[in-house]
Design a protein around this ligand. Sequence first.
Ligand SMILES: Nc1ncnc2c1ncn2[C@@H]1O[C@H](COP(=O)(O)OP(=O)(O)O)[C@@H](O)[C@H]1O
Ligand SMILES: [Mg+2]
Length: 484
Amino acid sequence: MLPMDALTQGALWWVAESLRGSVMIIDRNERIVYANRGAYDVCKLDPEERSLVGLPLEEAFSYTGFRRDISPVLRCLKTGEASSNNAVSTNIGEYVVDAAPIFSAGELVGGVALTYNVTDHSRLNQELLEAASRLIISEREREQSRSALDWVIESSPMSIVIVDREYRVTAANHVFLRIAGGVKASDVIGQTYDKALRMLHVTGESSVVRNALNGVPQQERHLVGDRVYDVSAFSITNPATGEIVGAIAMGNDITEKARMDAELMKLDRLNLVGELAATIAHEIRNPMTTVRGFLQLLQQKLELEPYESYTRLMIEELDRANAIITNYLSLSHAVSEQIPCNLSGLIREFSPVLEAEAVMQHKSITYTLLAEKEIKANEAELKQLITNLVKNALESMEPGGAVQIRTEVQEDAVILTVRDSGSGIPRDLMLKLGTPFVTTKEHGTGLGLAVCHRIVERHKAKIGVESSTQGSTFSVRFPVLTRK
Ligand SMILES: Nc1ncnc2c1ncn2[C@@H]1O[C@H](COP(=O)(O)OP(=O)(O)O)[C@@H](O)[C@H]1O
Ligand SMILES: [Mg+2]
């Protein structure tokens, strides 16, 4: 024991005894030198029956549930350093321990530990702390996630609109505002979603957002101008209550994909048509050959001489039909023979046939043939392509109209353009052009452009169309033939 005057010793003893926590003093051999009432409480011992003084601290541990490895007082015996507010968790509860080394004449002689049971108090504290931190975190998180969300919404390439439960817009990103023709956010916010859609000039009804508000996520397609949008809407729920508080609608520009889908569908149908027609054409030839054979036989009958001109005509017509079939079959074959070919020359040669068609309709054709470079092509197919484009052009115009045919070289391409001053092509038809059986004409087949597309494809060329109410221009871009 340290030398200490009686007053101090008495006072300290009183303080120690009246503390609600446990105080234990140990010497450097870990033997208990002093234990207050609180220490006996912790050990659940009666000081009258069993004294802690003189026992190894280890033995006190066996009553308390404390362990060597987490004992702050043993640690301070080792390190010579005081520590406070050590949280010690044992199987009999939660404690806070202050421990300090005791030095005498500069030498470590022992240690003292002050221990409080904080089980309930600390649990409460802990919970309070957690709750508070949750609050703080959620405040902060909310702010962070809010700004993160704002950022995502703003920088998204999709058009995004958020509505509240009353179907009113609470946020709209710049993509939406741009699509709406540059309206301001303040023009949209507070409006109903329907009204916002009207700003986009969306054609047709929209129900996705209403359904999302009812908890049914959905998708729909919108046509805005000449762009196609895929709109999905989801409900936004309050995570605490699960109740729907609004909905978010996201629009994705899928014009290119829609175009590709349409192309694919065209190709599919075209293949089908091609195969079907090829089979039928082939089958028709056989009975025609039979008929032709008998007609030839009849031609030789003397008694039928007066009708010779009829039979000749019939045979000629059959031959023509057969030629058409042959042509068609060559068209549906995967490979057609392609040779170097001068497009301008071909058109000059072919112009009387085009001319005849125009004159019949009281219309005319003008030519500007500038391209003299060769392309690799199948002449029969080129004629078919030009015929089909010119026929459509003529048919789109009133009598008196003129079709302009033009060829020119642009970079490494020979361009053929067929321009008319006709009625133009409605926008919704533009996407479908080239799909077999798409026609707006009473006696149309809807095959003309489909065949054109097929021919263009086989010539590794590209076909494009521009159209307005002033007329339409079809242009085909052939790669210039490069000789090695
Ligand atoms: N030059 C054009 N001007 C206006 N409409 C056109 C033109 N070319 C094609 N079309 C439209 O495309 C449709 C499909 O053309 P096409 O495949 O040649 O079939 P068809 O001529 O038998 O109708 C036409 O019915 C017409 O509506
Ligand atoms: Mg046609």
